[in-house]
Design a protein around this ligand. Structure first.
Ligand SMILES: [Zn+2]
Length: 188
């Protein structure tokens, strides 16, 4: 009798936990970094317009990966547009650093919560082995940082998942999904 009662209690706890999880995943799960690009778009107009400066040269397919990254954002429901221009405080670049533990990184400078300059970087030491689509997923993730999005929990299938092994290999995320789009549209 006592054992049966314990099992019932455990079942109720389990159901409660499941309900909490459902609510958690339905909430706006995007995470904001804090700093973002103020005044973009100008009041009353649509869409953050982000000019992007490219470097003089690239390793392998890194440029194609960043082109793919801009494309998946531009073709999503996020109210943001990336365009390449000769000079911009938002830069993309790549490196070939075998000592680094990352395939992409974004360096951010800001005053208060206003970005002053941001550089998103791919690491050819990893991306040389990636398809353009997989590298594009990394680039799109870094561009998410570059406009002000932070990491969602490592268990969540979203562009802003911190790990390529989860984001791409497990979840198959190539570009912004609902949570990422909601985050971008909250800011711009
Ligand atoms: Zn990240």
């Amino acid at each position: 009798m006592g054992t049966r009662h314990k099992r019932l209690t455990a079942l109720v706890v389990g159901v409660t936990a499941a309900v909490v999880l459902v609510f958690a995943s339905n909430a706006s799960a995007y995470v904001l970094e804090g700093p973002y690009w103020h005044g973009n778009p100008p009041p009353g107009t649509c869409c953050g317009n982000f000019t992007v400066q490219k470097p003089g040269g690239w390793y392998g397919s890194d440029e194609a990966m960043f082109n793919q990254a801009m494309s998946v954002w531009n073709n999503s429901a996020a109210l943001v547009l990336f365009n390449v221009t000769p000079s911009s405080p938002l830069k993309i670049d790549d490196t070939n650093d075998s000592s680094a533990g990352w395939d992409g990184i974004t360096y951010m400078n800001y005053v208060g919560n206003q970005f002053t300059s941001v550089t998103s970087v791919l690491n050819f030491s990893y991306t040389y082995a990636y398809s353009v689509a997989k590298g594009g997923s990394v680039g799109a993730h870094e561009l998410g940082h570059a406009i002000g999005l932070g990491h969602v929990p490592a268990s969540q299938c979203a562009l802003m998942n911190p790990y390529t092994s989860t984001r791409w290999d497990t979840c198959g995320i190539a570009g912004p999904v609902t949570d990422d789009i909601n985050g971008a549209n909250h800011l711009y």
